[in-house]
Design a protein around this ligand. Structure first.
Ligand code: IPD
Ligand code: CA
Ligand code: CA
Length: 272
């Protein structure tokens, strides 16, 4: 069995299993387009002062949408490069897609980026997939069935003390308006933890929390496609996901705190 057949066989709900298969296939399709474009010169357009979009974002998005329409016709699609501003929570079933999370990394040849695909049903995540093309790592989760990296189960860490933790974060694109808030969070958290990483792709940061490579992650000003898949990955891996105050999470609120069960309340106390 290949890694997609393996995770599909672990999925307890047959309908969800077919959605997971479609999400994995689409993620690999998008990821292979990104990987093939990685070493060529890029076409870069600006969405904001430091917010880029490349030929790979656009090509990956078209291919992912085509793949999902082929496998799961009739399910609505919200994808970053075609969603417009201020996306609203969709009713019923919807695919939420980031065709290339970590575009700045991609454009600079820093190989930390991913495709992120989630299926929500009335706001509840059923399936989540994050695919890192340069590492060929496929993170996949199915609600109430588990979470796997290339077909092997993964778990969050059991780290209990902040001083032993490696945590991740990210900086918003409108950093000039948020600098004080970002620096205040750094000032509070940096002296308490072992170290902080800002690797540049929120979906991958969340996948790394699920896989136990990071103990926790927080970021403000994110979009639903950055976090929808990673949210399910972390929950299925035994972690907790909330807003900065520890309240119920939705990818349609801009801030996220994800961590193992032990550290989540400690980080909430620091961010609140
Ligand atoms: C960005 C990345 C980055 C995060 C930004 C996101 P994009 O997504 O996830 O790590 O700090 O807030 O917008 O624009 O590369 O898809
Ligand atoms: Ca993103
Ligand atoms: Ca993106």
């Amino acid at each position: 069995m290949n890694r997609i057949e393996t995770v599909v066989s672990y999925c307890k709900d047959p309908e969800q299993a077919s959605f997971l298969q479609a999400a994995c296939r689409a993620a690999l399709v998008g990821g292979s387009i990104i990987r093939n474009l990685y070493d060529s010169p890029h076409t870069i357009e600006m969405k904001g002062a430091i917010n880029l979009v490349t030929e790979a974002d656009v090509a990956s998005e078209s291919a992912i949408i085509a793949s999902l329409n082929e496998d799961t016709a009739g399910i609505s699609i919200m994808a970053e490069e075609s969603a417009g501003d201020n996306p609203k929570p969709p009713e019923g079933m919807a695919w939420i897609i980031d065709p290339l999370d970590g575009t700045t990394n991609f454009a600079h040849g820093f190989p930390f980026f991913a495709v992120s695909i989630a299926l929500l049903k009335d706001g509840v995540p059923l399936v989540g997939v994050v695919y890192c093309p340069m590492q060929d790592e496929l993170f996949a989760a199915c609600r109430n069935s588990g979470v796997w990296l290339n077909g092997e189960p993964i778990r969050t860490t059991e780290t209990r003390f902040l001083v032993e933790s490696l945590v991740g974060t990210g900086f918003p694109y409108d950093i000039h308006n948020k600098l004080d808030e970002v620096l205040a969070q750094m000032r509070t958290i940096l002296p308490k933890v072992r170290d902080i990483r800002r690797a540049g792709a929120a979906a991958v940061d969340l996948a790394y929390v699920a896989a136990g490579r990071l103990d926790g992650f927080w970021e403000m000003d994110l979009q639903p496609w950055d976090t929808a898949a990673g949210w399910l990955l972390v929950m299925e891996a035994g972690g907790l996901v909330s807003d900065f105050a520890g309240q119920e999470y939705s990818p349609f609120i801009p801030e996220i705190l994800a961590a193992n069960k032990e550290l989540h309340p400690l980080l909430t106390d620091l961010l609140r």
